[in-house]
Design a protein around this ligand. Structure first.
Ligand code: FAD
Ligand code: AMP
Length: 463
């Protein structure tokens, strides 16, 4: 087997595997290096996919216990089969990692299993699981090594009661009490899973709000809803340590009493992963946050070496990594390739979902951009009533004079699907008038988006 390729991608997460597929489609002899035996990266193995599988399953359980009665469906003897829930999740992950392997075969991508390390620009040494090494040569090398869990000083994962998001995807039993450190989206999603399954969940957050970076008004509404669901929050709580004590854990918080619980889930963010990559060997220096610096075409300071996804700046999201993978490779081959960072949606898959694209109100205020705002509640939408999902609203922010849509924020059922229309609107430079004048099927939740667009100019119909 020749070890000379046109392009090699290090890391087979959503950034790397998508970049590899696109490069192969464009006719490049493409290789992919991945240290794990399965393809798909954080997202497929221990991130987006398993967390969504558990969110869905735990929501079904919770609904069967608490919501079916309101629909005239009486159920009794509802039982949790946690082992089955976890194995269903594992099965979904398996199908998808195998799916990526199928796509590699279909696109004739050469796969190397092992840790990739630069020895020189255009040369990468792969150390396989058996310690055998292979040196690969490629004109273009794309770094897509993703991110890893950030550690909090004093909170050391012990492989048992103190753990990270990866552990929280597989607790063998529902903890009686769970302390989640960090109220970002990962902490809230996994906190929701275990709360629905019966754990008493306390979220400790250093800031005075949850979901930093999301629209403040929407985040405040989300907090109220989560509290009604039984999650408790302590904001302004700086965690300084977690110590196992017998079969429990004591969590210390600056300036207040310690909390004792069964399990601790540390979700204080993720950091770029360049471990063992040998960036020194080619003279790439990471920035102050450990990220690989790139230009708008994902080129690093070293000719022929590119970087995409969680390992570079920007939101750590799977679709952002995919978009960058495609743009990077297309730019290499065609000279064109671009990512519009104003149109990348972010979704929190709690119930209700929370979704956001473009600018928040805070950002518009800070920039002094004049804007109009239109909001419409789920409560006034027929389909939301039929679904029994009347919490939430859509908020659209448009430029005060041009009416161009600048940002949109949704909290409510299927927010993650509704945001797609708003992301396309921003991508196409649409005005709120464009959305309002587009026909939306009745009865759908999408009508809430249309009504919010009408509301931008004060003419919502159904309120
Ligand atoms: P990664 O997916 O991290 O992939 C990098 C790959 O590179 C890994 O497989 C790693 O093993 C490999 N690697 C690293 N170094 C080397 C090396 N030297 N040699 C060979 N291989 C190497 N994002 C969303 O958009 N939606 C969600 O719902 C969502 N949910 C999440 C839930 C959780 C619990 C977590 C942890 C993350 C979630 N994310 C979500 C974030 C998402 O997983 C990441 O943004 C995404 O995986 C980044 O893709 P990537 O390709 O840059 O890196
Ligand atoms: P994210 O980066 O979105 O995953 O969110 C991580 C969250 O953890 C942020 O809201 C941080 O403010 C929070 N956080 C970080 N350090 C601490 C700490 N020591 N105690 C409590 N919360 C923290």
């Amino acid at each position: 087997m020749s070890t000379k390729h046109d392009l090699v991608v290090i890391g087979a997460g959503p950034g790397g595997y998508v970049a590899a597929i696109r490069a192969a489609q464009l006719g490049l002899n493409t290789a992919s290096i991945e240290v794990e035996p399965e393809l798909g990266g954080t997202c497929v193995r221990v991130g987006c996919i398993p967390s969504k599988a558990l969110l869905e399953a735990s929501e079904r359980y919770h609904e069967a216990l608490h919501s079916f009665g309101a629909f005239g469906v009486n159920v009794s003897g509802v039982e949790l089969d946690l082992a089955k829930m976890l194995s269903r999740k594992d099965g979904i992950v398996r199908q998808l990692t195998q799916g990526v392997a199928f796509l590699y075969r279909k696109n004739k991508i050469t796969r190397y299993q092992g840790l990739g390390r630069f020895t020189a620009p255009g040369r990468v040494l792969v150390e396989g699981p058996d310690k055998a090494t292979t040196e690969i040569e490629a004109k273009h090398v794309v770094i897509a090594t993703g991110s890893k869990v950030a550690n909090l000083r004093g909170v050391v994962p012990d492989g048992d009661r103190i753990g990270t998001s990866t552990d929280a995807l597989s607790y063998p039993a529902v903890p009686e009490s769970l302390v989640v450190i960090g109220a970002g989206y990962i902490g809230l999603e996994l906190g929701s899973v275990w709360s629905r399954l019966g754990a008493k969940v306390t979220v400790l957050e250093y800031l005075d709000r949850i979901l930093p970076g999301m629209d403040t008004e929407i985040a405040a509404e989300a907090k109220k809803i989560f509290e009604k669901q039984g999650l408790s929050f302590r904001l302004g709580a700086r965690v300084t340590g977690a110590q196992p004590e017998g079969d429990r854990v004591v969590v210390t918080v600056e300036g207040s009493d310690p909390i004792t619980c069964d399990r601790v889930l540390s979700c204080v963010g993720r950091v770029p992963n360049t471990d063992g990559l040998g960036l020194d060997a080619i003279g790439i220096k990471t920035d102050d946050r450990g990220r690989v610096p790139v230009d708008p075409h994902f080129r690093t300071a070293v000719s022929g070496v590119y970087a995409i996804g969680d390992v570079i700046a920007g939101p750590m999201l799977a679709h952002k990594a995919e978009d960058e993978g495609i743009a990077c490779v297309e730019h290499i081959v065609t000279g064109f390739g671009h990512v519009n960072y104003d149109a990348i949606p972010g979704v929190v898959y709690t119930a209700p979902e929370i979704a956001s694209v473009g600018k928040t109100e805070d950002e518009l205020k800070r920039a002094g951009t004049p804007y109009k705002k239109g909001t419409f509640p789920y409560q006034a939408n027929g389909r939301a009533k039929a679904l029994g999902a009347v919490e939430g609203r859509v908020k659209i922010l448009a430029h005060a004079t041009t009416d161009r849509v600048l940002g949109a924020h949704v909290i409510g059922a299927h927010a993650g699907d509704l945001i797609a229309e708003l992301a396309v609107s921003i991508e196409f430079g649409a005005s709120s008038e464009d959305i309002a004048r587009s026909s939306h099927a009745h009865p759908t939740l999408a009508e809430i988006v249309r009504e919010a667009a009408f509301a931008v100019s004060g003419r919502a119909i159904h309120i």
